[in-house]
Design a protein around this ligand. Structure first.
Ligand SMILES: Nc1ncnc2c1ncn2[C@@H]1O[C@H](COP(=O)(O)OP(=O)(O)O)[C@@H](O)[C@H]1O
Ligand SMILES: Nc1ccn([C@@H]2O[C@H](COP(=O)(O)OP(=O)(O)O)[C@@H](O)[C@H]2O)c(=O)n1
Ligand SMILES: [Mg+2]
Length: 205
């Protein structure tokens, strides 16, 4: 069939670019809500690669990067690292993975994260998983986590909860208004949470 003469070449290029975009699922929830735990479960049953923004930032500190000291002090204070750094780490990890389906855990944590990702990666999430859990349960889980994290102490946890409420919950509301939020009750035992998670993935794919 002939190409219609008025079909602009640029639009065709943009369409093929869009079709090649990877599938991204953002995974949000308060600190200690089980994002990392459930992502590990998901990759065992569905063909996703798990990218944790926090893990990438901690690896960047260990690598001796020029930004290491700044990232370390930002994390120790429970604040959010400048988005360009985190988004570049995520994009690099996506490129290097060889996969085209990603769980992006702990991101976007604020509006700047969301917009910089939109502008640099130019990918919209397929949907957003949100692990909903009361603060007192989160605090207990973090205090028992034992991963030797500098930010898993009571003083920093309080700051992280404040950042979560002030900066991340508005992002959760944004995706809800876009019809992209899949809210999970994360206050249950891990196996029961995963049953809900599986149901979401089975319905989406
Ligand atoms: N449903 C759950 N019930 C009780 N403890 C949990 C549950 N999910 C995870 N945990 C534990 O809570 C801590 C925080 O979980 P993690 O997956 O690291 O959360 P996040 O990545 O959201 O901070 C870990 O020690 C983990 O083993
Ligand atoms: N998008 C992100 C994700 C994490 N971080 C930093 O990394 C810290 C740990 O994030 P994390 O996702 O590993 O923490 P948990 O929610 O898993 O406990 C956050 O408190 C922030 O200081 C960030 O600045 N930007
Ligand atoms: Mg985590």
């Amino acid at each position: 069939m002939e190409t219609p003469v008025d079909a602009p070449i640029k639009d065709k290029h943009e369409e093929s670019q869009r079709l090649q975009k990877p599938t991204v699922v953002f995974v949000l929830g308060g600190p200690g809500s089980g994002k990392g735990t459930q992502c590990a479960n998901i990759v065992q049953q569905f063909s996703y690669t798990h990218l944790s923004a926090g893990d990438l930032l901690r690896a960047e500190i260990r690598s001796g990067s020029e930004f290491g000291t700044m990232i370390q002090s930002t994390i120790a204070e429970g604040r959010i690292v400048p988005s360009e750094i985190t988004v570049k780490l995520l994009c690099k990890a996506m490129e290097e993975s060889g996969n085209d389906k990603f769980l992006i855990d702990g991101f976007p944590r604020n509006e700047e994260n969301r917009i910089v990702f939109e502008n640099l990666a130019k990918i919209d999430p397929a949907f957003v998983l949100f692990f909903d859990c009361p603060e007192e349960e989160l605090e207990k889980r973090i205090m028992n986590r034992n991963q030797g994290r500098e930010d898993d102490n009571l003083e920093t946890i309080k700051k992280r909860f404040k950042v979560f409420v002030e900066s991340t919950l508005p992002i959760v509301s944004y995706y809800e208004s876009e019809g992209k939020l899949r809210k999970i009750n994360a206050a249950k035992p891990s196996e029961e949470v995963f049953e809900e998670v599986k149901y979401v993935f089975a319905s989406e794919t």
